[in-house]
Every structure is written in structure tokens, then in C-alpha cells.
Design a protein around this ligand. Sequence first.
Ligand code: HEC
Length: 153
Amino acid sequence: MYRKPFAILLCALALAGCNSEPEDTRPGQPVAHRRAAFKEIIKAFEPMGVMMRTDSYDAAKFKVLTAQLMARRDVPWQYFTADTLYPPSHARAEVWSEADRFAADKKAFFDATDALARVVDAAGGAPDEVTARNAYRDVEAACENCHKTFKRR
Ligand code: HEC
């Protein structure tokens, strides 16, 4: 019986090991900052996708989410500085070795989000569902296109 507490302790340690990623202890924490910045972007973007997938398009909400996305889209990039590929980053080395392509994918993302904001503005803040859906899809494609080359799962 005296073995049991020991087994439980090992289990707890193993679980902690599985669930936690290494902390970003570098000066300025660039990896932690860019990951947090992408999390803020997806908090604005994901609810748009939910609307589209569940047929619950709401123009007023879509407008608010677009404004949030536009306000957050600039933040991650400044943290992709030299020599910042280390755990817990999920970036690929290509971010640095194929910097021109990374810049091009980033520009495509800015173009797609510009177009999204224009569509919302042009419709007086209330684009029809088809227009909103198309603009949303173009942004989604820009996210995915960059992730395919530059982000690990
Ligand atoms: C130009 C490239 C590029 C574009 C465009 C891009 N991402 Fe990313 N994203 C990355 C890279 C690289 C990482 C990995 C960062 C790291 O872990 O160091 C990442 C990480 C993330 C993460 C993970 C954050 C975490 O918890 O670690 C999320 C979520 C994310 N992106 C969402 C998005 C969404 C949503 C869009 C579009 C609205 C988008 N990204 C557009 C390159 C991009």
C-alpha cells in the first residue's frame, strides 16, 4: 500500500510535463509576445468563422469583429526578430531563411484584411452575407497560406 502515493505523484509530474510548454525566458519575450498577439487576432477572427459556419451572420457583429481584427493585425510582426526560433515557438525556420516569401504572405494578409475593411465600409457597416463571406474567406486563405509554409502544428 505504501507505493500508491508514489505512483500518484509520478502521474501528476508526468501530466504537468505533458501540459506545459517551456516558458519564454528570453529578454523581451518575443516568442510569447507574438503568440499572444496571434491569439488576440484569432479572438476577433474565429467568431466570424463561427457565424459563417452556423448560418448566423450578423452584420453589426461582423463590423465590430472587423474593426478588432484591423486593430490587432499589426502586432505580431515586430516580434519576429533575428534568432528568435526557440521553444515554445511553433514557427518554422523558413520565416528567416525565406524572408521574402514570408513578407509576401504577410502583404497578402494585409491586402485581404484591407479588402475586408473596405467591404464593411462601402456597405455603411452592414455588408450583405455573401459579400461578407467572400471577404472573410479571402482573409482565411491568407492566414492558412502563410501557416502552411511558416508555422508548425
Ligand atoms: C505571414 C504569415 C502569417 C499570417 C498571414 C498569419 N499567421 Fe498566424 N502564425 C504565423 C506564424 C509564423 C506563427 C507561429 C508563431 C510562433 O509560434 O512563434 C503563427 C501562429 C498563429 C497562432 C498560434 C498562436 C499560439 O498560441 O501559439 C494562431 C492562433 C494564429 N497564428 C492565427 C492566425 C490567424 C487567425 C491569421 C489570419 C487572420 C493568421 N494567423 C495569419 C504566421 C502567420
